[in-house]
Ligand binder design. Structure first.
Ligand code: GDG
Length: 589
Protein backbone atom coordinates (compact mmCIF):
# COMPACT_ATOMS: atom_id res chain seq x y z
CA UNK A 1 0.00 0.00 0.00
CA UNK A 2 1.44 3.38 -0.98
CA UNK A 3 1.41 6.47 1.15
CA UNK A 4 -1.19 8.17 -0.98
CA UNK A 5 -3.40 5.06 -0.75
CA UNK A 6 -3.04 5.32 2.96
CA UNK A 7 -3.99 8.96 3.02
CA UNK A 8 -6.98 8.33 0.80
CA UNK A 9 -8.26 5.58 3.02
CA UNK A 10 -7.70 7.42 6.28
CA UNK A 11 -11.22 7.26 7.72
CA UNK A 12 -11.53 3.48 7.67
CA UNK A 13 -7.88 2.88 8.26
CA UNK A 14 -7.25 4.83 11.35
CA UNK A 15 -10.32 3.64 13.17
CA UNK A 16 -9.30 0.10 12.38
CA UNK A 17 -5.75 0.79 13.40
CA UNK A 18 -6.72 2.27 16.70
CA UNK A 19 -8.89 -0.71 17.39
CA UNK A 20 -6.23 -3.34 16.83
CA UNK A 21 -2.98 -3.51 18.64
CA UNK A 22 -1.66 -6.01 16.11
CA UNK A 23 -2.08 -3.72 13.18
CA UNK A 24 -0.40 -0.93 15.13
CA UNK A 25 2.53 -3.25 15.68
CA UNK A 26 2.73 -4.11 12.00
CA UNK A 27 2.51 -0.47 11.03
CA UNK A 28 5.20 0.50 13.47
CA UNK A 29 7.46 -2.25 12.21
CA UNK A 30 6.85 -1.03 8.65
CA UNK A 31 7.69 2.51 9.74
CA UNK A 32 10.89 1.30 11.34
CA UNK A 33 11.88 -0.67 8.26
CA UNK A 34 11.03 2.26 6.02
CA UNK A 35 13.07 4.68 8.09
CA UNK A 36 15.98 2.27 8.05
CA UNK A 37 15.75 1.79 4.28
CA UNK A 38 15.91 5.53 3.74
CA UNK A 39 19.03 5.79 5.85
CA UNK A 40 21.92 4.23 3.96
CA UNK A 41 24.33 5.00 6.76
CA UNK A 42 22.41 2.75 9.17
CA UNK A 43 22.13 -0.98 9.34
CA UNK A 44 18.80 -2.45 8.18
CA UNK A 45 18.73 -5.00 10.98
CA UNK A 46 15.50 -5.30 12.98
CA UNK A 47 15.60 -3.68 16.39
CA UNK A 48 16.01 -6.22 19.18
CA UNK A 49 12.68 -7.51 20.55
CA UNK A 50 12.92 -5.54 23.79
CA UNK A 51 13.52 -2.29 21.84
CA UNK A 52 10.48 -3.09 19.72
CA UNK A 53 8.38 -3.72 22.82
CA UNK A 54 9.48 -0.41 24.32
CA UNK A 55 8.69 1.42 21.10
CA UNK A 56 5.28 -0.18 20.89
CA UNK A 57 4.53 0.74 24.47
CA UNK A 58 5.61 4.34 23.82
CA UNK A 59 3.50 4.37 20.72
CA UNK A 60 0.40 3.17 22.49
CA UNK A 61 1.03 5.27 25.56
CA UNK A 62 1.20 8.47 23.57
CA UNK A 63 -2.03 7.59 21.84
CA UNK A 64 -0.47 8.06 18.44
CA UNK A 65 -2.29 6.12 15.80
CA UNK A 66 -0.19 3.96 13.54
CA UNK A 67 -1.23 5.82 10.43
CA UNK A 68 0.37 8.96 11.84
CA UNK A 69 3.72 7.18 11.63
CA UNK A 70 3.15 5.93 8.09
CA UNK A 71 1.67 8.94 6.38
CA UNK A 72 3.93 11.40 4.63
CA UNK A 73 2.77 14.59 6.31
CA UNK A 74 2.27 17.66 4.15
CA UNK A 75 -0.21 20.53 3.78
CA UNK A 76 -2.15 18.28 1.46
CA UNK A 77 -2.44 15.56 4.11
CA UNK A 78 -3.91 18.08 6.52
CA UNK A 79 -6.40 19.31 3.96
CA UNK A 80 -7.43 15.71 3.27
CA UNK A 81 -7.92 14.99 6.95
CA UNK A 82 -10.10 18.05 7.29
CA UNK A 83 -12.13 17.15 4.21
CA UNK A 84 -12.64 13.49 5.08
CA UNK A 85 -12.62 13.43 8.88
CA UNK A 86 -13.96 16.84 9.78
CA UNK A 87 -16.02 17.95 6.78
CA UNK A 88 -17.17 21.58 6.88
CA UNK A 89 -15.22 22.25 10.05
CA UNK A 90 -14.01 25.80 10.47
CA UNK A 91 -10.55 26.04 12.02
CA UNK A 92 -9.97 29.04 14.28
CA UNK A 93 -6.53 29.66 15.81
CA UNK A 94 -6.25 31.95 18.84
CA UNK A 95 -2.92 33.28 20.06
CA UNK A 96 -1.56 36.41 21.62
CA UNK A 97 1.15 36.92 18.99
CA UNK A 98 0.02 37.62 15.45
CA UNK A 99 1.80 35.98 12.51
CA UNK A 100 2.23 39.26 10.61
CA UNK A 101 2.77 42.63 12.27
CA UNK A 102 2.39 45.89 10.37
CA UNK A 103 4.60 48.66 11.72
CA UNK A 104 5.28 52.21 10.64
CA UNK A 105 8.95 52.72 9.83
CA UNK A 106 10.30 55.86 8.17
CA UNK A 107 6.73 56.87 7.24
CA UNK A 108 6.20 53.58 5.42
CA UNK A 109 4.26 50.47 6.44
CA UNK A 110 6.69 47.66 7.15
CA UNK A 111 5.77 44.00 7.52
CA UNK A 112 7.43 42.00 10.33
CA UNK A 113 7.31 38.26 11.01
CA UNK A 114 7.82 38.03 14.77
CA UNK A 115 10.52 35.93 16.44
CA UNK A 116 8.26 33.31 17.94
CA UNK A 117 8.32 29.54 17.98
CA UNK A 118 4.54 29.48 18.12
CA UNK A 119 4.23 31.57 14.97
CA UNK A 120 6.88 29.51 13.15
CA UNK A 121 4.84 26.37 13.83
CA UNK A 122 1.26 27.59 13.47
CA UNK A 123 1.61 29.75 10.37
CA UNK A 124 2.04 26.93 7.85
CA UNK A 125 -0.82 25.04 9.52
CA UNK A 126 -3.27 27.92 9.27
CA UNK A 127 -2.20 28.43 5.66
CA UNK A 128 -2.94 24.78 4.91
CA UNK A 129 -6.33 24.84 6.67
CA UNK A 130 -7.39 28.23 5.21
CA UNK A 131 -8.55 29.04 8.72
CA UNK A 132 -9.04 32.21 10.73
CA UNK A 133 -6.31 33.41 13.10
CA UNK A 134 -7.34 35.68 15.98
CA UNK A 135 -4.54 37.59 17.70
CA UNK A 136 -3.64 40.81 19.43
CA UNK A 137 -2.95 43.60 16.95
CA UNK A 138 0.14 45.17 18.48
CA UNK A 139 1.83 46.75 15.43
CA UNK A 140 1.88 50.52 15.01
CA UNK A 141 0.26 50.20 11.56
CA UNK A 142 -2.02 47.26 12.38
CA UNK A 143 -5.15 49.39 12.54
CA UNK A 144 -4.35 50.97 9.17
CA UNK A 145 -4.20 47.65 7.38
CA UNK A 146 -7.46 45.93 8.47
CA UNK A 147 -10.95 46.14 6.99
CA UNK A 148 -14.05 47.33 8.86
CA UNK A 149 -14.25 43.92 10.64
CA UNK A 150 -10.64 44.21 11.86
CA UNK A 151 -9.57 41.53 9.39
CA UNK A 152 -6.69 41.36 6.94
CA UNK A 153 -5.95 38.57 4.46
CA UNK A 154 -2.48 37.03 4.86
CA UNK A 155 0.23 36.09 3.93
CA UNK A 156 0.33 39.48 2.20
CA UNK A 157 2.08 38.21 -0.96
CA UNK A 158 -0.26 35.22 -1.41
CA UNK A 159 -3.30 35.42 0.91
CA UNK A 160 -4.73 32.10 2.07
CA UNK A 161 -6.33 32.87 5.45
CA UNK A 162 -7.81 35.69 7.51
CA UNK A 163 -6.05 37.38 10.40
CA UNK A 164 -8.57 38.93 12.78
CA UNK A 165 -6.96 41.46 15.10
CA UNK A 166 -8.13 42.14 18.65
CA UNK A 167 -7.22 45.53 20.12
CA UNK A 168 -5.94 45.92 23.66
CA UNK A 169 -5.38 49.10 25.61
CA UNK A 170 -1.94 49.70 27.12
CA UNK A 171 -3.31 48.83 30.55
CA UNK A 172 -4.78 45.56 29.23
CA UNK A 173 -1.52 44.63 27.55
CA UNK A 174 0.48 45.49 30.66
CA UNK A 175 -1.74 43.47 33.02
CA UNK A 176 -2.59 40.44 30.90
CA UNK A 177 0.53 39.98 28.76
CA UNK A 178 3.50 41.55 30.54
CA UNK A 179 2.07 41.04 34.01
CA UNK A 180 0.14 37.83 34.58
CA UNK A 181 1.38 35.86 31.55
CA UNK A 182 5.04 36.89 31.49
CA UNK A 183 5.88 37.85 35.05
CA UNK A 184 3.62 35.18 36.55
CA UNK A 185 3.01 32.09 34.42
CA UNK A 186 6.20 32.16 32.31
CA UNK A 187 8.67 31.95 35.26
CA UNK A 188 6.25 29.63 37.11
CA UNK A 189 6.42 27.07 34.31
CA UNK A 190 10.18 27.22 33.63
CA UNK A 191 12.87 26.00 35.99
CA UNK A 192 15.09 29.03 35.42
CA UNK A 193 15.15 30.28 39.01
CA UNK A 194 13.37 33.52 38.26
CA UNK A 195 10.71 34.31 40.83
CA UNK A 196 7.14 34.54 39.52
CA UNK A 197 5.25 37.72 40.46
CA UNK A 198 1.52 37.48 40.89
CA UNK A 199 -0.65 40.58 41.29
CA UNK A 200 -4.42 40.56 41.75
CA UNK A 201 -4.84 43.45 39.30
CA UNK A 202 -2.93 41.52 36.58
CA UNK A 203 -5.12 38.51 37.18
CA UNK A 204 -8.29 40.57 36.76
CA UNK A 205 -6.99 42.00 33.50
CA UNK A 206 -5.94 38.52 32.33
CA UNK A 207 -9.47 37.32 32.94
CA UNK A 208 -11.11 40.23 31.13
CA UNK A 209 -8.76 39.93 28.15
CA UNK A 210 -9.48 36.19 27.91
CA UNK A 211 -13.17 37.16 27.83
CA UNK A 212 -12.48 39.63 25.04
CA UNK A 213 -10.83 36.92 22.94
CA UNK A 214 -13.69 34.49 23.71
CA UNK A 215 -16.14 37.06 22.32
CA UNK A 216 -13.97 37.43 19.22
CA UNK A 217 -13.98 33.64 18.64
CA UNK A 218 -17.74 33.48 19.01
CA UNK A 219 -18.12 36.39 16.59
CA UNK A 220 -15.86 34.69 14.01
CA UNK A 221 -17.47 31.23 14.34
CA UNK A 222 -19.65 30.46 11.34
CA UNK A 223 -21.62 27.81 13.23
CA UNK A 224 -21.85 26.12 16.64
CA UNK A 225 -19.16 23.54 15.93
CA UNK A 226 -15.86 25.13 14.99
CA UNK A 227 -12.51 23.61 15.82
CA UNK A 228 -10.74 26.13 17.99
CA UNK A 229 -6.98 25.82 18.47
CA UNK A 230 -6.18 27.80 21.61
CA UNK A 231 -2.49 28.62 21.90
CA UNK A 232 -0.45 28.92 25.03
CA UNK A 233 -0.34 30.29 28.56
CA UNK A 234 -1.91 33.62 27.62
CA UNK A 235 -5.30 31.91 27.39
CA UNK A 236 -5.72 29.47 30.27
CA UNK A 237 -9.25 30.73 30.97
CA UNK A 238 -10.41 30.91 27.38
CA UNK A 239 -11.34 27.20 26.90
CA UNK A 240 -13.90 27.30 29.75
CA UNK A 241 -15.35 30.59 28.48
CA UNK A 242 -15.68 29.12 24.98
CA UNK A 243 -17.17 25.88 26.24
CA UNK A 244 -19.96 27.88 27.90
CA UNK A 245 -20.77 29.76 24.71
CA UNK A 246 -20.06 27.05 22.12
CA UNK A 247 -20.79 23.73 23.87
CA UNK A 248 -20.36 21.71 20.68
CA UNK A 249 -17.05 23.21 19.63
CA UNK A 250 -13.92 21.10 19.61
CA UNK A 251 -11.46 23.06 21.67
CA UNK A 252 -7.83 21.98 21.42
CA UNK A 253 -5.55 23.86 23.75
CA UNK A 254 -1.82 23.62 23.23
CA UNK A 255 0.50 24.71 26.05
CA UNK A 256 3.79 25.61 24.35
CA UNK A 257 5.90 25.81 27.49
CA UNK A 258 6.64 23.22 30.18
CA UNK A 259 4.10 22.45 32.90
CA UNK A 260 5.69 22.51 36.37
CA UNK A 261 5.30 19.87 39.05
CA UNK A 262 2.31 20.30 41.35
CA UNK A 263 4.38 21.73 44.21
CA UNK A 264 5.68 24.55 42.03
CA UNK A 265 2.27 25.04 40.44
CA UNK A 266 0.74 25.48 43.90
CA UNK A 267 2.52 28.86 44.13
CA UNK A 268 -0.05 30.36 41.77
CA UNK A 269 -2.81 32.00 43.82
CA UNK A 270 -5.38 31.21 41.09
CA UNK A 271 -4.27 27.65 40.47
CA UNK A 272 -7.77 26.11 40.67
CA UNK A 273 -9.19 28.70 38.25
CA UNK A 274 -6.40 28.03 35.76
CA UNK A 275 -7.01 24.30 35.85
CA UNK A 276 -10.76 24.78 35.64
CA UNK A 277 -10.27 27.07 32.64
CA UNK A 278 -8.07 24.59 30.80
CA UNK A 279 -10.45 21.72 31.47
CA UNK A 280 -12.98 23.46 29.25
CA UNK A 281 -10.86 22.00 26.42
CA UNK A 282 -11.65 18.80 24.55
CA UNK A 283 -7.91 18.12 24.27
CA UNK A 284 -5.00 19.66 26.17
CA UNK A 285 -1.67 19.17 24.44
CA UNK A 286 1.90 19.44 25.69
CA UNK A 287 5.23 18.76 23.98
CA UNK A 288 6.27 15.85 26.19
CA UNK A 289 4.69 13.10 28.26
CA UNK A 290 6.53 14.50 31.26
CA UNK A 291 4.62 17.79 31.02
CA UNK A 292 1.35 15.86 30.60
CA UNK A 293 2.11 13.93 33.78
CA UNK A 294 2.85 17.13 35.70
CA UNK A 295 -0.44 18.61 34.52
CA UNK A 296 -2.43 15.54 35.51
CA UNK A 297 -0.75 15.56 38.94
CA UNK A 298 -1.69 19.22 39.41
CA UNK A 299 -5.31 18.50 38.50
CA UNK A 300 -5.34 15.50 40.81
CA UNK A 301 -4.06 17.62 43.68
CA UNK A 302 -6.25 20.69 43.34
CA UNK A 303 -9.56 19.71 41.72
CA UNK A 304 -12.27 17.13 42.37
CA UNK A 305 -11.97 15.11 39.19
CA UNK A 306 -11.91 11.58 37.92
CA UNK A 307 -8.66 10.73 36.22
CA UNK A 308 -8.37 7.74 33.92
CA UNK A 309 -4.62 7.43 33.48
CA UNK A 310 -4.84 4.61 30.92
CA UNK A 311 -6.84 6.85 28.58
CA UNK A 312 -5.05 10.06 29.66
CA UNK A 313 -8.54 11.43 30.29
CA UNK A 314 -9.82 13.76 32.98
CA UNK A 315 -13.53 13.93 33.77
CA UNK A 316 -14.63 17.07 35.46
CA UNK A 317 -18.11 18.51 35.91
CA UNK A 318 -19.62 16.06 33.42
CA UNK A 319 -17.12 16.68 30.65
CA UNK A 320 -14.01 14.78 29.61
CA UNK A 321 -10.72 16.30 28.46
CA UNK A 322 -7.90 14.29 26.91
CA UNK A 323 -4.33 15.15 27.88
CA UNK A 324 -1.83 14.17 25.20
CA UNK A 325 1.76 14.77 24.14
CA UNK A 326 2.09 16.23 20.63
CA UNK A 327 5.72 17.20 19.97
CA UNK A 328 5.62 20.38 17.92
CA UNK A 329 7.82 20.83 14.88
CA UNK A 330 8.44 22.96 11.79
CA UNK A 331 7.30 22.77 8.21
CA UNK A 332 9.27 20.46 5.97
CA UNK A 333 10.90 21.65 3.83
CA UNK A 334 10.95 25.16 5.31
CA UNK A 335 9.25 27.49 2.81
CA UNK A 336 11.93 30.19 2.97
CA UNK A 337 14.72 27.76 2.21
CA UNK A 338 14.15 28.33 -1.49
CA UNK A 339 14.98 32.01 -1.06
CA UNK A 340 18.30 31.40 0.70
CA UNK A 341 21.60 31.01 -1.23
CA UNK A 342 23.68 27.82 -1.19
CA UNK A 343 25.56 26.82 1.95
CA UNK A 344 28.87 27.91 0.42
CA UNK A 345 27.46 31.33 -0.47
CA UNK A 346 25.92 31.72 3.01
CA UNK A 347 29.28 30.90 4.62
CA UNK A 348 31.04 33.45 2.45
CA UNK A 349 28.47 36.16 3.06
CA UNK A 350 28.24 35.73 6.83
CA UNK A 351 31.97 35.33 7.37
CA UNK A 352 32.82 38.32 5.19
CA UNK A 353 30.19 40.47 6.91
CA UNK A 354 31.50 39.55 10.36
CA UNK A 355 35.17 39.67 9.36
CA UNK A 356 35.90 36.08 10.35
CA UNK A 357 39.33 34.96 9.20
CA UNK A 358 39.96 31.73 7.30
CA UNK A 359 40.53 28.79 9.61
CA UNK A 360 38.32 30.27 12.36
CA UNK A 361 35.27 28.15 13.18
CA UNK A 362 31.84 29.75 13.60
CA UNK A 363 29.54 28.79 16.47
CA UNK A 364 26.06 30.35 16.48
CA UNK A 365 23.12 30.89 18.82
CA UNK A 366 19.71 32.19 17.65
CA UNK A 367 17.13 33.19 20.26
CA UNK A 368 14.58 35.54 21.56
CA UNK A 369 16.43 37.38 24.29
CA UNK A 370 15.01 35.36 27.17
CA UNK A 371 16.45 34.17 30.47
CA UNK A 372 15.22 30.62 29.87
CA UNK A 373 17.43 30.19 26.80
CA UNK A 374 20.79 29.91 28.60
CA UNK A 375 22.61 32.56 26.55
CA UNK A 376 25.02 33.60 29.29
CA UNK A 377 25.66 29.92 30.03
CA UNK A 378 26.96 29.27 26.53
CA UNK A 379 29.29 32.27 26.80
CA UNK A 380 30.59 30.76 30.04
CA UNK A 381 31.13 27.44 28.25
CA UNK A 382 33.22 29.26 25.65
CA UNK A 383 35.33 30.71 28.48
CA UNK A 384 35.81 27.19 29.84
CA UNK A 385 36.89 25.97 26.41
CA UNK A 386 39.51 28.72 26.20
CA UNK A 387 40.77 28.09 29.75
CA UNK A 388 41.10 24.34 29.30
CA UNK A 389 42.21 24.34 25.68
CA UNK A 390 43.96 27.66 24.99
CA UNK A 391 44.88 26.46 21.50
CA UNK A 392 41.27 27.36 20.58
CA UNK A 393 41.74 31.03 21.38
CA UNK A 394 41.72 32.80 18.03
CA UNK A 395 40.26 29.71 16.32
CA UNK A 396 36.56 30.07 17.10
CA UNK A 397 34.05 32.93 17.03
CA UNK A 398 30.67 32.78 18.71
CA UNK A 399 27.87 34.73 17.00
CA UNK A 400 24.80 35.16 19.21
CA UNK A 401 21.80 36.87 17.64
CA UNK A 402 19.01 37.67 20.08
CA UNK A 403 15.72 39.25 19.06
CA UNK A 404 14.59 41.74 21.73
CA UNK A 405 11.64 40.35 23.66
CA UNK A 406 9.51 41.66 26.59
CA UNK A 407 12.18 44.33 26.94
CA UNK A 408 10.26 46.55 29.33
CA UNK A 409 10.25 43.92 32.09
CA UNK A 410 13.05 44.30 34.68
CA UNK A 411 14.18 40.66 34.44
CA UNK A 412 14.64 41.04 30.68
CA UNK A 413 16.48 44.36 30.94
CA UNK A 414 18.78 42.73 33.48
CA UNK A 415 19.40 39.78 31.19
CA UNK A 416 20.27 42.07 28.30
CA UNK A 417 22.87 43.86 30.43
CA UNK A 418 24.23 40.56 31.74
CA UNK A 419 24.67 39.16 28.23
CA UNK A 420 26.50 42.30 27.14
CA UNK A 421 28.71 42.28 30.23
CA UNK A 422 29.57 38.59 29.88
CA UNK A 423 30.37 38.93 26.15
CA UNK A 424 32.55 41.94 26.88
CA UNK A 425 34.45 40.12 29.63
CA UNK A 426 35.27 37.24 27.31
CA UNK A 427 36.29 39.59 24.53
CA UNK A 428 38.59 41.53 26.82
CA UNK A 429 40.13 38.42 28.24
CA UNK A 430 40.65 36.37 25.09
CA UNK A 431 40.28 38.85 22.22
CA UNK A 432 43.15 40.39 20.34
CA UNK A 433 43.70 42.59 17.34
CA UNK A 434 41.41 41.45 14.55
CA UNK A 435 39.81 38.72 16.69
CA UNK A 436 36.62 39.12 18.75
CA UNK A 437 35.55 35.80 20.33
CA UNK A 438 31.90 36.77 21.03
CA UNK A 439 29.65 38.78 18.73
CA UNK A 440 26.45 39.59 20.59
CA UNK A 441 23.84 41.16 18.29
CA UNK A 442 20.61 41.98 20.14
CA UNK A 443 18.53 42.75 17.05
CA UNK A 444 15.62 41.25 15.22
CA UNK A 445 16.66 39.57 11.96
CA UNK A 446 14.56 38.54 8.98
CA UNK A 447 13.84 34.84 8.59
CA UNK A 448 16.14 34.70 5.55
CA UNK A 449 18.98 36.20 7.61
CA UNK A 450 18.36 33.65 10.36
CA UNK A 451 18.55 30.80 7.84
CA UNK A 452 21.69 32.26 6.31
CA UNK A 453 23.35 32.22 9.74
CA UNK A 454 22.29 28.60 10.38
CA UNK A 455 23.78 27.61 7.04
CA UNK A 456 27.03 29.42 7.70
CA UNK A 457 27.57 27.77 11.10
CA UNK A 458 30.00 25.00 11.99
CA UNK A 459 28.21 24.52 15.32
CA UNK A 460 24.79 25.64 16.60
CA UNK A 461 24.29 25.87 20.36
CA UNK A 462 20.84 25.50 21.92
CA UNK A 463 21.44 25.51 25.66
CA UNK A 464 18.05 26.40 27.16
CA UNK A 465 17.82 26.08 30.93
CA UNK A 466 14.28 24.85 30.33
CA UNK A 467 12.25 24.85 27.13
CA UNK A 468 8.99 23.32 25.94
CA UNK A 469 10.40 22.10 22.63
CA UNK A 470 12.82 24.60 21.00
CA UNK A 471 12.38 25.07 17.30
CA UNK A 472 15.77 26.64 16.68
CA UNK A 473 17.26 23.15 17.04
CA UNK A 474 14.85 21.75 14.44
CA UNK A 475 15.31 24.69 12.07
CA UNK A 476 19.09 24.35 12.15
CA UNK A 477 18.76 20.70 11.15
CA UNK A 478 16.15 21.45 8.49
CA UNK A 479 18.20 24.06 6.65
CA UNK A 480 21.41 21.97 6.58
CA UNK A 481 20.74 20.12 3.35
CA UNK A 482 24.54 19.83 3.02
CA UNK A 483 24.35 17.38 6.00
CA UNK A 484 27.10 19.26 7.81
CA UNK A 485 27.18 21.20 11.07
CA UNK A 486 26.95 20.05 14.69
CA UNK A 487 24.04 20.68 17.04
CA UNK A 488 24.73 21.07 20.76
CA UNK A 489 21.41 20.68 22.54
CA UNK A 490 20.22 21.13 26.12
CA UNK A 491 18.82 18.07 27.87
CA UNK A 492 16.11 20.39 29.25
CA UNK A 493 14.65 21.26 25.84
CA UNK A 494 11.84 18.99 24.61
CA UNK A 495 13.75 18.64 21.31
CA UNK A 496 16.40 16.56 23.09
CA UNK A 497 13.88 13.70 23.35
CA UNK A 498 13.77 13.48 19.56
CA UNK A 499 17.13 14.70 18.27
CA UNK A 500 19.23 12.05 19.94
CA UNK A 501 22.11 12.50 17.51
CA UNK A 502 22.76 16.02 18.78
CA UNK A 503 25.47 16.46 21.42
CA UNK A 504 23.25 16.61 24.49
CA UNK A 505 24.43 18.84 27.35
CA UNK A 506 23.47 20.07 30.79
CA UNK A 507 23.54 23.89 30.45
CA UNK A 508 24.18 24.29 34.17
CA UNK A 509 27.54 22.53 33.75
CA UNK A 510 29.75 25.05 31.93
CA UNK A 511 32.93 22.99 32.18
CA UNK A 512 31.45 19.92 30.49
CA UNK A 513 29.76 22.14 27.92
CA UNK A 514 33.18 23.61 27.12
CA UNK A 515 34.45 20.07 26.48
CA UNK A 516 31.41 19.37 24.31
CA UNK A 517 32.21 22.46 22.25
CA UNK A 518 35.65 21.04 21.63
CA UNK A 519 34.11 17.73 20.59
CA UNK A 520 31.81 19.59 18.18
CA UNK A 521 34.60 21.72 16.72
CA UNK A 522 36.77 18.69 16.04
CA UNK A 523 34.09 16.32 14.76
CA UNK A 524 34.91 14.65 11.45
CA UNK A 525 32.83 15.48 8.37
CA UNK A 526 31.72 11.85 8.18
CA UNK A 527 30.39 11.85 11.74
CA UNK A 528 28.69 15.20 11.19
CA UNK A 529 27.01 13.76 8.10
CA UNK A 530 25.80 10.62 9.88
CA UNK A 531 24.35 12.56 12.79
CA UNK A 532 22.83 15.31 10.66
CA UNK A 533 21.29 12.83 8.21
CA UNK A 534 19.51 10.97 11.00
CA UNK A 535 18.25 14.18 12.64
CA UNK A 536 16.98 15.44 9.30
CA UNK A 537 14.98 12.25 8.80
CA UNK A 538 13.38 12.74 12.20
CA UNK A 539 12.40 16.36 11.58
CA UNK A 540 11.20 15.48 8.06
CA UNK A 541 8.95 12.65 9.32
CA UNK A 542 7.79 14.40 12.49
CA UNK A 543 7.08 17.74 10.87
CA UNK A 544 4.54 20.32 11.98
CA UNK A 545 1.85 18.85 9.72
CA UNK A 546 2.06 15.66 11.69
CA UNK A 547 1.77 17.65 14.92
CA UNK A 548 -1.41 19.35 13.75
CA UNK A 549 -2.69 16.26 11.92
CA UNK A 550 -2.45 14.09 15.04
CA UNK A 551 -4.46 16.62 17.00
CA UNK A 552 -7.06 16.93 14.26
CA UNK A 553 -7.37 13.14 14.01
CA UNK A 554 -7.91 12.98 17.76
CA UNK A 555 -10.44 15.80 17.44
CA UNK A 556 -12.28 13.83 14.76
CA UNK A 557 -12.28 10.77 17.01
CA UNK A 558 -13.89 12.80 19.80
CA UNK A 559 -16.46 14.32 17.48
CA UNK A 560 -17.45 10.90 16.15
CA UNK A 561 -17.70 9.50 19.64
CA UNK A 562 -19.93 12.39 20.68
CA UNK A 563 -22.14 11.77 17.63
CA UNK A 564 -22.47 8.08 18.47
CA UNK A 565 -23.34 8.95 22.06
CA UNK A 566 -25.95 11.43 20.91
CA UNK A 567 -27.47 8.88 18.52
CA UNK A 568 -28.69 6.67 21.37
CA UNK A 569 -27.86 5.49 24.87
CA UNK A 570 -27.47 1.74 24.17
CA UNK A 571 -25.99 -0.58 26.77
CA UNK A 572 -22.83 1.06 28.10
CA UNK A 573 -21.08 -2.25 28.61
CA UNK A 574 -21.75 -3.42 25.05
CA UNK A 575 -20.57 -0.26 23.35
CA UNK A 576 -17.74 0.34 25.67
CA UNK A 577 -15.42 1.98 23.15
CA UNK A 578 -17.90 4.69 22.27
CA UNK A 579 -19.59 5.28 25.59
CA UNK A 580 -18.54 8.39 27.48
CA UNK A 581 -15.94 7.75 30.15
CA UNK A 582 -18.07 8.93 33.08
CA UNK A 583 -20.85 6.57 31.97
CA UNK A 584 -18.37 3.72 31.73
CA UNK A 585 -17.18 4.30 35.24
CA UNK A 586 -20.72 4.59 36.56
CA UNK A 587 -21.54 1.26 34.92
CA UNK A 588 -18.48 -0.36 36.45
CA UNK A 589 -18.89 0.91 40.01
C1 GDG B 1 7.70 28.72 22.67
C2 GDG B 1 8.40 27.76 23.64
C3 GDG B 1 8.48 26.04 21.81
C4 GDG B 1 14.62 33.88 16.67
N1 GDG B 1 15.22 35.06 16.42
C5 GDG B 1 14.63 35.57 15.34
C6 GDG B 1 13.64 34.67 14.92
N2 GDG B 1 13.66 33.65 15.76
C7 GDG B 1 12.76 32.50 15.66
C8 GDG B 1 13.49 31.20 15.50
C9 GDG B 1 12.41 30.22 15.98
C10 GDG B 1 11.68 31.03 17.04
O1 GDG B 1 12.02 32.40 16.85
C11 GDG B 1 12.06 30.64 18.44
O2 GDG B 1 11.53 29.37 18.68
P1 GDG B 1 11.63 28.60 20.09
O3 GDG B 1 11.00 27.28 19.90
O4 GDG B 1 13.03 28.63 20.54
O5 GDG B 1 10.87 29.48 21.07
P2 GDG B 1 9.84 30.38 21.84
O6 GDG B 1 9.55 31.61 21.07
O7 GDG B 1 10.34 30.55 23.22
O8 GDG B 1 8.55 29.47 21.83
C12 GDG B 1 9.29 26.77 22.88
C13 GDG B 1 7.73 27.03 20.95
O9 GDG B 1 6.92 27.92 21.75
C14 GDG B 1 6.78 26.30 19.99
O10 GDG B 1 5.89 25.51 20.69
O11 GDG B 1 9.36 25.30 21.00
O12 GDG B 1 9.79 25.80 23.80
O13 GDG B 1 9.18 28.50 24.57
O14 GDG B 1 11.50 29.94 14.96
O15 GDG B 1 13.86 31.05 14.18
N3 GDG B 1 12.84 34.89 13.86
C15 GDG B 1 13.01 36.05 13.17
N4 GDG B 1 13.96 36.97 13.55
C16 GDG B 1 14.78 36.77 14.59
O16 GDG B 1 15.63 37.61 14.91
N5 GDG B 1 12.25 36.31 12.11
Amino acid sequence: MTTSDLVNSLPALWLAVLATFCLAGAALAAALIRSRKSSPSHSVAEPPPDTMRTLLREFEKNGHSADAALVKWSPDTLRKILATELPDAQVIVVSNREPYIHNIKNDEVELVVPASGLVSALEPITRACAGTWIAYGGGSADRLTVDEHDRVAVPPDDPSYMLRRVWLSEAEHAGYYLGFANEGLWPLCHIAFTRPNFRASDWETYESVNRKFADAVVAEARNERPIVLVQDYHFALLPRMLREQLPEAIIITFWHIPWPNSEVFSICPWRERILDGLLGSSIIGFHTQFHCNNFIESVDRFLETRIEREDAAISYQGQTSLVHAYPISIEWPPAQLGKVPTVAQCRDRVRTKLGIADGVKLCVGVERLDYTKGIVDRFRALGELFDRHPEWIGKVTFLQIAAPSRGTLPDYERLHRECERCAEEINQRYGRDGYTPVLFVAEHHTREQVYEIYRAADVCMVTSLHDGMNLVAKEFVAVRDDEQGVLILSMFAGASKELLEALIVNPFDAATMGETMRHALTMSFAEQRDRMRRMREIVRDNNVYRWAGSMLLDAARLRKRAEVELAGPGDPMETNNVVSLPERWRAMT
